[in-house]
Design a protein around this ligand. Sequence first.
Ligand SMILES: Nc1ncnc2c1ncn2[C@@H]1O[C@H](COP(=O)(O)OP(=O)(O)OP(=O)(O)O)[C@@H](O)[C@H]1O
Length: 455
Amino acid sequence: MSVKVRFAPSPTGRLHVGNVRTALLNWLFARNSGGTFMLRMDDTDLQRSTAEFADGIRVDLNWLGLRWDEEKRQSDRTDRYAAAAEALKAQGRLYACYETEDELDRKRKRQRARGMPPIYDRAALKITPDEHATLAAEGRRPHWRFRLDNSENGSLTPLPTIVSWNDLIRGDQTVDVGSLSDPVVIRADGSFLYTFTSVIDDAEFGITHIIRGEDHVTNTGVQLQLFEALGAVPPAFGHHSLLVGADGAALSKRLGALSIESLREDGIEPMAVSSYTALIGTSDAIEAVADIDDLAARFAFSKISTAPARFDPEELKSLNARLLHATPYDDVAAHLADLGVGGDAAFWLAVRGNISVLADAAIWWRVVADRIDPVIEDRELTDIAAGLLPAEPWCDTTWDDWIAKVKAASGRKGRGLFHPLRMALTGRNDGPELKALLPLIGRARAEARLRGQQA
Ligand SMILES: Nc1ncnc2c1ncn2[C@@H]1O[C@H](COP(=O)(O)OP(=O)(O)OP(=O)(O)O)[C@@H](O)[C@H]1O
């Protein structure tokens, strides 16, 4: 059976690094096993879902190079959910309830006061057909709960009932569905809830592996019972730990966590985001990987840790810099042109080790190709250096020959030699090797700068 996975975000905000970790683990696993990757927009929450956020999710996944083989939208599938609901109603697994939020709140408070767990008491199962008819005649609209299989011989009292599965990441897992309320799966306004729609989709789309955050572990206990009630074979499950922020709280769209959009605007490269989110929280070291297939080749469930992984923006920035330092010219040529950088491969090789984001290359392009204000710290030295500049064309030995002559003529050495030359030639305290910059600056401009002229 070939692998089919899905990434199922709710289009209620922009993707953050935590969401991307989930998307990527699914994508890498599919890639690694020759499987299919589905994008599923979980847009049943009509109040919070928007087409703009769905577009934003597609833009972010595309930017990361995570193409999907199929896309589905839950809002297109209400007929399927309604049909599944009818089948479960016929089996007595969905039942109508009429309590208001306030009533449910009061019930829970009473249970807590008596030292009991706040589990729904299934009072609605005691409503007689006549009472149902009266409620319907009054125009009361029910919400519907899924009756968990956790009691014996028709009794309404839940008993400890262990649902278990062998998690691809966490190993043997158990959820006691005897300690849970029967979940509401259809709201009074007729809209369907995630626990329910997700199972119907996973069953009908033939999802073979569900890889998602551990925020869904308890859901899995309930969902395994839903698969069974629907007569579907459940997929395998793998729950990874959540990415947490500096405060230790899980990143979430609701909390406006660091978005992929903002990282892109800050100049972080897609492969830096992918390397970071694929390798964080695994037994592999976090390193800059340039090719996504290389990340796919490294994927293994056994490497994914169960401990929460802390997102560190500084580590991502440093990974981004390391990625750029090793990037060949051909991979950035088009982007450099977009940034107005006219430099060729020699320029790129000269500056790439000194940039943190690609846009920094434009700073060095201005230094070699535009006017700057030179800073003269040691006029005697820079005048000597200007006078000794050899005629062009320059070759590989020009720099060493020139420096040897300047050193001998000026008596300067070390920092006393190089720092004033750097300040005059670039106007900056530090930067790429002067040896590589000088030929890019060219003789005329170098001489003018060494003489303190704006050039
Ligand atoms: N902090 C996180 N770390 C890793 N995965 C996460 C994190 N938060 C959510 N996910 C995963 O992202 C997927 C999409 O989830 P969802 O769209 O509900 O995101 P969310 O950030 O939790 O949003 P919301 O705050 O709107 O609930 C799920 O599989 C979920 O497990």
